[in-house]
Design a protein. Structure first.
Length: 231
């Protein structure tokens, strides 16, 4: 095993069967994009086997943190897991900041941005993670030509409900755009807000392409394939 022939996708973990099925589909798509590379799923929270145990089992590898902001899992859990094993582990940047096109596609599929968009992010205690999400919102606002405000599902303020209420008070057509990879309990909460809700990033082709690009950039596996994915 080596970092160039073994890839570990580090996900948050989920109690939602639909979320786990989605992650299995994304993993299969990544494996199709990387013939000859062993692709494993790992978890940083919730699940019985967490990332350190997976890394101990699979040997030398490259880890792609399949997370959208540099919160505690990215800054602590993943690097600590990599340092806990005696073999070589390369850790790539997380996925945040690489999925703007996918988000714009989800807006279009939902019928357009309306008068304002609430970007529904997980939330974080990390100022750096919150700044990353704010940067994504700014890019989307420039592309869509309407205000894009961040609402947080957990941990941070304002909440998604508060951000939606602020816009509804102004009489606007609000779209909630989930900045999440998989469905979960948060989806039920957002669905009860009485506004249009786009689909999560899910198995949009750009998710698998971004994961694959992270791996190829870290390993310099095949620059021709990397250029194809980025085009």
């Amino acid at each position: 095993m080596s970092p160039t022939d073994t890839l570990v996708l580090a996900w948050h973990g989920s109690r939602n069967p639909a979320g786990k099925a989605l992650i299995a589909r994304i993993t299969a798509r990544v494996a199709d994009l990387l013939p000859g590379v062993r692709v494993h799923t790992a978890w940083v929270d919730i699940e019985p086997e967490l990332l350190p145990e997976t890394l101990a089992r699979v040997g030398s590898c490259t880890v792609v943190p399949c997370l959208l902001a540099s919160g505690y899992h990215v800054t602590h859990d993943v690097p600590q897991a990599a340092a806990s094993v005696p073999h070589e582990v390369l850790v790539t940047p997380h996925l945040g900041g690489s999925l703007h096109r996918a988000l714009l596609d989800r807006v279009a599929e939902a019928g357009g941005p309306g008068d304002a968009v609430v970007l529904a992010a997980a939330g974080s205690k990390s100022a750096a993670a919150l700044a990353e999400v704010d940067a994504v919102a700014s890019l989307l606002a420039a592309a869509l030509g309407v205000p894009v405000e961040v609402g947080n599902i957990y941990l941070s303020e304002p909440s998604v409900a508060d951000a939606v209420a602020l816009r509804q008070a102004q009489g606007t057509d609000v779209l909630v755009l989930p900045y999440t990879l998989a469905p979960g309990l948060w989806g039920e909460r957002i669905a009860g807000l009485g506004v249009r809700v786009a689909e999560p990033l899910g198995d949009h082709a750009d998710v698998a392409a971004s994961i694959t690009g992270r791996f190829l950039s870290a390993t310099r596996f095949d620059q021709r394939l990397l250029l194809t994915l980025e085009s």
